[in-house]
Ligand binder design. Structure first.
Ligand SMILES: *Cc1c(COP(=O)(O)O)cnc(C)c1O
Length: 422
């Protein structure tokens, strides 16, 4: 069980709404800081541990600055994410670059920034050498194939995943890179997403540390770190439990001890968590603007899937709180929908809620990761503002809402739209 709290109450929402029309995202600095501190302290036993926050989950400068001040690095996967990291003062060891189908310009900037480059494929050795140079330290992304099972339960299907290289390719890549002057290696794998319970990272850590020892023995190279990447889930439903990060850290520590006993080796642990770090600390705030009574009861919001895509894309559950009606009985059944001309634009189907009225403000929970960032402009919809509730209780606009001028900016090549030139 986990209790769902809203970051702002009805009064706060009404006040914010005067200045920043709904829909908007609200983030909780206190929550983010507390989470980052707990997360990092779960790995305090591991010398050299680092969390590289997955920028794609929440690419907002204010959020990245908070995480930076907590000691996190960033995991980037594209040119603009690298540019954002650079602009915010991340450099060298602060940046992990875990990309795939990587363009030359991306390799070039990552190399120039001294980022830790995580090669997705053996063919990327040549690509990187041509686009930039082979650095002294590199990470390799491993895909063990088959199903990833823990205690008989399938957690992920690596054999279907486009990421990473086979074990044979891993050994060959390490040998080639050794000849090309790489002195320090890392090993990375991402085998399951949004996992619940505490089993995924401990199992993955063992697999990666075993494989690291094997690579060292077979290829005569030094592996410095294993990168557990992302994949830790969050309890989107109130009935679900949160992962126990302290317990996960302890179990990885045990695995590290067994690897030390067996091989006499220690590895730094790196992580690239996105969802677990941020999802619970961001919420989408939206107003109920329309109702329909047809074959079902529909409540229409001023937000749509362009603001939060997960329900439309994955059928994902996001808990909904109606501000000011927290203690009212949830005795009405609604489809809570957005305005896209797409029938999958439904934030909730057959959801029991208190009776809704026009003007009610609703909060969609656990939208702090892979929420705003997955937004898009379908139907000409504009991206919303993002607001931070700071530790001192004040509010800060951390991204303004898009305007039609932003939307038409790329059409300024037409005389009819030249007035939208920025
Ligand atoms: C998306 C991604 C992450 C973050 O995943 P979460 O599930 O949000 O923790 C980390 N690393 C890589 C390479 C990714 O693609």
């Amino acid at each position: 069980m986990n209790e769902k709290h809203t970051i702002i109450n009805l009064d706060e929402a009404k006040k914010l709404k005067e200045k920043y029309p709904t829909p908007f995202y609200i983030y909780d600095e206190n929550g983010i800081r507390k989470q980052a501190e707990e997360f990092i302290s779960a790995f305090s036993w591991n010398e050299g541990f680092r969390e590289y926050f997955a920028v794609k989950a929440t690419p907002n400068p204010a959020v990245l600055k908070i995480l930076k001040s907590c000691g996190c690095g960033v995991d980037c996967s594209s040119l603009t994410e690298l540019m954002m990291a650079k602009a915010l003062g991340f450099e060298g060891d602060d940046i992990m670059f875990s990309s795939n189908e990587t363009a030359d310009a991306e390799f070039a900037l990552a190399a120039q920034l001294g980022a830790i480059i995580n090669l997705d494929d053996i063919t990327h050795i040549d690509a990187l050498e041509k686009a930039a140079f082979i650095p002294e330290r590199l990470c390799l992304r491993y895909n063990p194939g088959g199903d990833f099972e823990i205690a008989g339960e399938i957690m992920g299907r690596p054999s279907d995943a486009k990421y990473g290289m086979t074990k044979k390719q891993l050994f060959e890549a390490a040998r080639i890179l050794k000849q090309k002057g790489v002195k320090r290696f890392g090993l990375h794998a991402f085998l399951a997403s949004n996992t619940r319970g505490n089993d995924y990272w401990p199992a993955l850590s063992l697999l990666l540390m075993e494989t690291a020892a094997e690579v060292e023995d077979k290829c005569g190279v030094k592996v410095e770190f294993v990168n557990l990447s992302g994949g830790l889930g969050v309890p989107y439903r109130p009935s679900e439990d949160k992962c126990d990060i302290a317990e996960i850290g302890k179990r990885i520590e045990k695995n590290a001890a067994s690897i030390f006993k067996k091989y006499g080796r220690r590895y730094k642990i790196f992580t690239e968590s996105g969802r677990f770090m941020l999802a619970p600390y961001g919420q989408l705030v939206s107003e109920v603007i329309r109702f329909k009574h047809t074959y079902k009861e529909y409540a229409g919001l001023d937000a749509c899937a362009a603001n939060l895509m997960r329900p439309a894309m994955y059928g994902a559950y996001h808990h909904i709180t109606v501000l000011g009606k927290e203690n009212k009985k949830a005795d009405r059944k609604y489809d809570v929908v957005g305005s896209l001309c797409e029938n999958n634009d439904k934030f909730a189907v057959d959801r029991m809620l208190p009776e809704l009225e026009e003007g009610d403000i609703v909060v969609l929970h656990d939208a702090g990761a892979h929420g705003f960032s997955m937004g898009y402009n379908y139907n000409g919809k504009l991206r919303s503002a993002e607001i931070l509730k700071k530790s001192d209780g004040t509010y800060e606009l951390i991204r303004r809402a898009e305007t039609p001028t932003d939307y038409f900016a790329t059409l300024d090549i037409y005389p009819e739209f030249a007035c939208f030139k920025r």
